[in-house]
Design a protein around this ligand. Structure first.
Ligand SMILES: *Cc1c(COP(=O)(O)O)cnc(C)c1O
Length: 388
């Protein structure tokens, strides 16, 4: 029997975490864990980073909320920081990844109208994940997540991911935007072939459609570049951010090239809490830490090491990823049991499907922590793998 008063959207969990530090978590009984997923690619700078904690506490003691009828310093400053990290993109702030996708979709349709294009369709990828609200869910190419909630928003076409020819076939003058993850995260860390994003860019340019990249999971250093699109030198028109942005506080951002951003005018879109001073201050501190500690480069180097260690450990499995966003796909459905047993042994990780493990540790994870984690994981997994 479940006597929780929560609506059961999540499986009940056996472990209750009460505190954390860096890549370590502590449960209600005092047991320690190494966190190999960082929430879900959220706690990039680690848990309870003193600089982020201090920024939150300081701002909370000054001003928490005044609505977006008034400008606040931290929001403006954060937009300026993000403009500096991109090629001058402008920001709209919201509270989650799904909301950043909603903003991007609305902006794309509005922009098409402003440009005099009769274009309302979106092209997205099968198995892609963009969030759970109706617009974002309509973009999410997973029939199992969509079916119970039909009818969805009209105008979405899904094509196989990583296939430029399929993309070319789906793009026409009636397309407002192509929306893709630069690496599919929830689908199990699927890295597209090199050239795919450039092909998408060229196809969009061919008809005047926008290229929207959903970097909610891949952005802000996770893959060993500030943004995953930089690995291929492709600039999107619109980019979605969330997860790691505010060091664990809820925050999303929809960024757009200035020429696209100006298609939104006052009244077109809004968010009561979006860009609030506390989450903006947390985001500024998070970006400070990523920069000061060289975490983008660290993700690249540590990620290479993680992938080669995993490949050595399980030669029969497929190891893939980029930076510290990594998956291991086994030939049988062992991932769920490995995750359960690993938790019992003090490791937090995640299965994206019954045969695939995902690793997205805090970018601050120490080499020794990773070594310890892999040693434990090897033992735990051996027990499961020898059974099957
Ligand atoms: C997690 C995720 C989202 C949804 O973010 P929420 O904050 O849960 O709404 C959207 N896109 C991608 C790529 C994600 O990984």
């Amino acid at each position: 029997m479940n006597d929780s008063n929560l609506i059961p959207t999540y499986k009940p969990s056996a472990v209750h975490f009460v505190s954390g530090r860096g890549a370590m978590l502590v449960d209600s009984e005092g047991n320690e864990y190494i966190d190999l997923v960082a929430g879900l690619a959220v706690a990039s700078v680690g848990h309870a980073h003193p600089r982020v904690t201090e920024a939150i506490a300081e701002q909370a003691a000054k001003l928490v909320h005044v609505s977006n009828l008034f400008e606040t310093g931290p929001q403006e400053e954060l937009a300026t920081r993000l403009a500096g990290l991109t090629s001058g993109m402008k920001s709209f702030f919201c509270n989650s990844g799904a909301e950043s996708v909603e903003a991007a979709l609305k902006l794309a349709r509005k922009h098409a109208g402003v440009k005099g294009r009769d274009a309302m369709r979106f092209v997205c990828a099968m198995e892609g994940f963009h969030g759970r609200t109706f617009g974002a869910l309509s973009a999410t190419g997973q029939p199992s997540k969509q079916a119970p909630f039909a009818p969805l928003v009209e105008g979405f076409t899904h094509v196989p991911y990583g296939d430029s020819a399929a993309l070319a076939q789906a793009i026409d003058d009636d397309v407002a935007a192509v929306l893709l993850e630069p690496i599919q995260g929830e689908a199990g860390v699927i890295v597209p072939p090199h050239g795919y994003l450039s092909a998408a860019r060229a196809l969009c340019d061919g008809v005047g459609a926008l290229l929207i990249l959903d970097e909610v999971q891949t952005g802000l250093g996770r893959t060993g570049a500030w943004f995953a699109y930089q690995h291929e030198g492709v600039d999107p028109d619109v980019m979605c951010l969330a997860k790691a942005l505010a060091g664990g506080l809820p925050m999303g951002a929809c960024l757009a090239r200035p020429e696209v951003a100006s298609s939104f005018v006052p009244g077109d879109h809004a968010s009561t809490f979006g860009g609030g001073p506390v989450q903006s201050a947390a985001a500024l501190a998070t970006l400070d830490v990523i920069e000061a500690d060289g975490l983008v480069y660290r993700a690249l180097v540590t990620g290479r090491r993680l992938m080669s260690d995993l490949a050595d450990m399980w030669p029969g499995a497929e190891v893939r990823g980029r930076g510290l966003l990594v998956a291991v796909e086994f030939s049988s459905d062992v991932a769920t049991e490995i995750v359960e047993r690993a938790l019992g042994a003090g490791l937090v990780l995640n299965a994206t499907s019954p045969n695939t493990l995902r690793f997205a540790p805090p970018l601050v994870i120490a080499n020794e922590q990773l070594d310890d984690a892999l040693a434990t994981l090897g033992e735990v997994a051996d027990a499961v793998l020898t059974k099957t």
